[in-house]
Design a protein around this ligand. Structure first.
Ligand code: ADP
Ligand code: MG
Ligand code: MG
Length: 895
């Protein structure tokens, strides 16, 4: 049969490619050991052992023997025995899963100390105080993490001793005091657990290992895994490592170091150093750490050696590394390394620099950055100082910085924004009713809900700044004010600043700085190392990508902006906004028209307006394709609200006859399910002259552009088609009008006609549709709604958070394409469509067109282009490039 599973690996036996088995920390320790770096020796208990423990409640029987053998090896290598009374070997027990996971058990240092070995340690180190400080730390850590004693009991005892000695730092307690404190700690353990602090070093070790296994399933670890999509069955490894001591006086210390600045990406050595301290003191902020450069004067030899090791590691991992290190009486030890986390800015600069240094090739450098980071760099940001105390903190749901006056209802927000005022919509939580206000606002602030609340999901989709769940705020929408925990009251109209990146809210207008990256992307000119890195990365993405990137844009301004950001055309130009504002009356007239003549008149009034719109957009996108979608939403959306009208009419003594007419129209057109009602192509077929008017407006705009010497490339798109018969009829009407305009103007018109695929039936009959369509554009928003049979607005406002929480969805299918369901329909439709019509063009115009993961899917599905909002175009270009990378450069797991 198979060889028996090996559950314990000495550091020297492992390596970086064994992270699944040894955990990230164990694999790093093994790799450094193999590289010859000064790593205190030790061994790793595998994740497999943990899995057995989690499944059966017991360690695998072989583990005890293997661990004892590994310990014996360690003891002989160190020439000391664990917890021996004279010169004891001490070890640390460190958890370490495949992915770094805050929430797991904290490391236990100094295992092996007991009432006897503490004296041996004192003698061997020649430092009594150090030995007792180590022992009391062990009792404290072990008592808390392994034996479950409330940590506060230890903290209180420590505080009492400091008070008695009238000192403020732990540091200032002498060995006598620490001895007393240790006794007291042991007494606390006894009192709380009914059990003595274990004196047997082997028992200490075995129980600490088991406690690490147990910690895999503690609540906060589960919660973290869930949020980060880390599987629950990976298990954690446990590292047992010989102790080294940074707390042995002034020639000792501990620190963390980065091979480059993780905030900016700048080359150089960065980090913190704390003399005379143990590892966790740096993180805990017991004392203020020194900048790492101070080590140069404190201990030049250790500093130079550390620099060498950092270079070795960076060259080896070919990436930014961070390390934990300790200096014990002038001798340097490396205790941990990993590829370091970094900001978006640092990600771009480091990838770029590593490429310039020839450590990476261009494909590899591209794999190191992503669209989400790029988008983050494009938001304007606040120029804050630490002195700017926020009113409240919440969930940083959608990044960016926004300033505006607080407004407490949606309609008011929309009204004031229309008057040119910058507003922040403040709600307890948002619902689809708040949509107009959210669209109009600079930012959305809520006191309830998390990352998947309606406010968060919708704001992110719109690229709008959002802080949600700021629970310290008492939001009173009735009184139009909110109260901060500090007591500060913010009234309607007061200026506030919302930092969606940090998740904070501030009183007043914080100064904003424009994003250099956003500007550089629009101008194509680099102004510094970061912008150079971004432009460089994008240029390579453009060179390798197969997918084209178009924009969803409805106005000449948006079109121009999108073009500056690299759009290769418009994938979706919605015509319905052209029916709003002052034109609403014309639309009303069309809807209310008593006869064909009246309707024709109303349509004729709309025609020149639409023609102007199209002319402007075609001019902004001259030479590039512009896909214009005929009107899609149900007409009643252009009429006033039924309830409001009814109330107004009921309350008035002399009802306005026009309003009465309106109300009956609204009632006539009322639908229970407008999303599935008279809209899309159905509208064009049902309302005489509507399609003809829109097509004529497009055609005449094309002619006008041609006469002006332009190169207009309009394409006409029929929405919400379910059967080829609908498309045939709509196409015939479209072609008739195109021919008419061509004849009238003597201008040949070549205008592709295609359809949106946004109903499952359309996808399933794509082969037939393709015989009548020049292109398909997947409307994945509606296709997701109709495939899942759910209305997005309703679902996001009600059960979505629950579904995400319960893991029914890992991510919202409206954010990232549901590959198995909706994605499958896309693949089938592309295949059938191409088989029927080899010249068929295919693209995506749903919001998924700007989502990184979805873009990778659309690349694989073989689409010709994705289309997204202008702001997301650079990120889409970047991701389309990354999707085209193959083999080793392909973006791997970045957790
Ligand atoms: P975390 O994953 O929380 O960083 P670590 O296992 O790295 O936990 O340990 C916490 C601290 O203890 C770190 O600063 C680490 O460097 C230090 N440490 C761990 N093992 C040893 C050891 N054998 N000797 C000295 N310090 C150690
Ligand atoms: Mg660590
Ligand atoms: Mg649609």
């Amino acid at each position: 049969m198979s060889t028996p599973t090996k559950y314990v690996y000495a550091f020297a036996e492992g390596g970086r490619d064994m992270a699944a088995l040894l955990g990230g920390k164990g694999a790093g320790l093994a790799e450094m050991t193999r590289l010859g770096l000064p790593v205190p020796p030790g061994f790793t208990v595998t994740t497999e052992a943990c899995k057995v423990f989690l499944a059966t409640g017991e360690e695998p029987p072989e583990l005890g023997i293997e661990a004892a053998r590994a310990l014996a090896g360690l003891e002989s290598e160190m020439g000391r025995a664990l917890g021996a009374p004279d010169d004891p070997l001490l070890v640390s027990v460190r958890s370490g899963a495949r992915f770094s996971m805050p929430g797991m058990m904290e490391t236990i240092l100094d295992i092996g100390l007991n009432d006897h070995s503490v004296a041996g340690l004192a003698k061997a180190a020649g430092d009594e105080r150090f030995a007792w400080d180590s022992y009391r730390r062990l009792v404290q850590m072990f008592g808390h993490t392994v034996m479950g004693v409330d940590g506060e009991l230890f903290e209180n005892a420590l505080a009492a001793h400091k008070a008695r000695r009238e000192v403020s730092g732990d540091h200032e307690l002498d060995s006598g005091e620490l001895m007393l404190l240790t006794e007291e700690y042991k007494e606390i353990v006894r009192r709380v657990t009914g059990e003595d602090f274990p004196q047997d070093p082997a028992e200490q070790l075995a129980r600490a290992i088991r406690a690490v296994f147990d910690s895999w399933n503690v609540e906060r670890a589960r919660v973290y895994r869930h949020r980060e999509h880390i599987p629950d069955d990976l298990g954690t490894a446990v590292n047992v490592q010989a102790m080294v001591f940074g707390n042995l006086g002034h020639d000792s210390g501990t620190g963390v170091a980065f091979t480059r600045d993780p905030a900016t990406g700048e080359r150089g050595v960065y980090g913190d150093y704390l003399p005379d301290a143990q590892g966790e003191d740096v993180v805990a902020g017991v004392r203020d750490a020194l900048p790492l450069t101070e080590l140069k004067t404190l201990d030049p030899r250790a500093y130079v050696e550390l620099g060498d090791h950092l270079r070795t590691l960076e060259n080896h991992y070919r990436d930014l590394c961070d390390v934990e290190f300790t200096v014990e009486r002038g001798r340097l030890w490396i205790l941990q390394t990993r590829v370091g986390k970094r900001t978006a800015e640092a990600a771009f600069r480091i990838a770029h620099d590593l490429r310039e240094e020839r450590t990476l090739d261009a494909d590899e450098a591209l794999a190191r950055v992503d669209g989400t980071a790029l988008t983050r760099l494009m938001f304007p940001r606040f120029d804050t100082t630490p002195a700017d105390v926020p009113l409240a903190r919440g969930v940083p749901a959608s990044p960016g910085a926004a300033v505006g006056v607080a407004v407490f209802d949606s309609a008011e927000a929309a009204r004031r924004a229309a008057d040119g005022e910058a507003v922040v919509l403040v709600r307890r939580e948002t619902t689809p009713d708040d949509l107009p206000g959210m669209i109009a606002a600079q930012a959305v602030l809520t006191s309830r809900g998390g990352k998947t609340s309606h406010a968060a999901v919708v704001a992110r989709g719109m690229g709008k700044v959002c802080v949600c769940g700021a629970e310290e705020l008492d939001v009173d929408t009735g009184a139009r004010r909110f109260t901060a925990a500090s007591g500060t009251v913010v009234h309607d109209g007061d200026m506030i600043s919302v930092d969606g990146t940090a998740g904070t809210v501030h009183l007043g207008a914080l100064p904003l700085t424009d994003s250099d990256v956003g500007r550089a992307l629009e101008t194509g000119t680099a102004t510094g190392p970061l912008t150079a890195a971004v432009l460089d990365g994008l240029a390579h993405a453009d060179a390798v990508r197969r997918l084209q990137v178009r924009a969803n844009a409805d106005t000449p301004e948006d079109a121009a902006r999108a073009r500056a950001l690299g759009a290769q055309g418009i994938g979706l130009c919605r015509t319905e906004h052209m029916f709003l504002g002052e034109r609403r009356e014309l639309v009303e007239a069309m809807i209310l028209a008593p006869d064909d003549a009246a309707r024709a008149e109303a349509l004729a009034a709309l025609l020149p307006l639409q023609r102007d719109d199209f002319t402007g957009i075609l001019a902004a996108m001259d030479g590039l394709p512009v896909t214009i979608r005929l009107i899609d939403p149900p007409l009643h959306e252009f009429l006033p609200d039924r309830t409001e009208l009814a109330v107004r009419l009921a309350g008035s003594a002399h009802p306005d006859p026009h309003e009465r007419e309106l109300l009956s129209a609204v009632e006539r057109m009322h639908e229970e399910n407008p999303m599935l009602g008279l809209r899309g192509v159905r509208l064009g077929l049902a309302v005489p002259g509507l399609t003809a008017m829109q097509v004529r407006a497009v055609a005449e705009a094309v002619v006008r552009r041609l006469r002006d010497g332009g190169r207009p490339r309009a394409e006409i798109m029929i929405p919400l088609v379910g059967t080829v018969e609908e498309l045939r009829l709509a196409r015939a009407e479209t072609e008739r009008v195109l021919a008419e305009v061509a004849a009238e103007t003597g201008t040949p018109l070549d205008c592709p006609i295609g359809t949106m695929i946004e109903l499952p039936r359309a996808a399933l009959t794509a082969g037939r549709l393709a015989e009548v369509a020049d292109f398909f554009s997947f409307g994945t928003n509606d296709l997701t709604q109709t495939t899942w049979g759910l209305s997005r607005d309703d679902a996001e406002a009600s059960f979505f958070p629950l579904y995400l929480d319960k893991g029914v969805f890992e991510v919202s299918p409206f954010e990232t394409i549901d590959e198995q369901g909706v994605g499958r329909l896309v693949e089938m439709a592309v295949e059938a469509g191409r088989a029927a019509n080899p010249r068929l063009e295919t693209g995506v115009c749903g919001e998924h067109g700007g989502d990184p993961d979805s873009i990778h899917f659309f690349h694989r599905a073989g689409l010709d282009y994705v289309s997204c909002s202008p702001f997301r175009i650079p990120a889409a270009r970047l991701e389309a490039g990354r999707a085209a990378l193959t083999g080793s450069a392909e973006a791997g797991d970045t957790r």
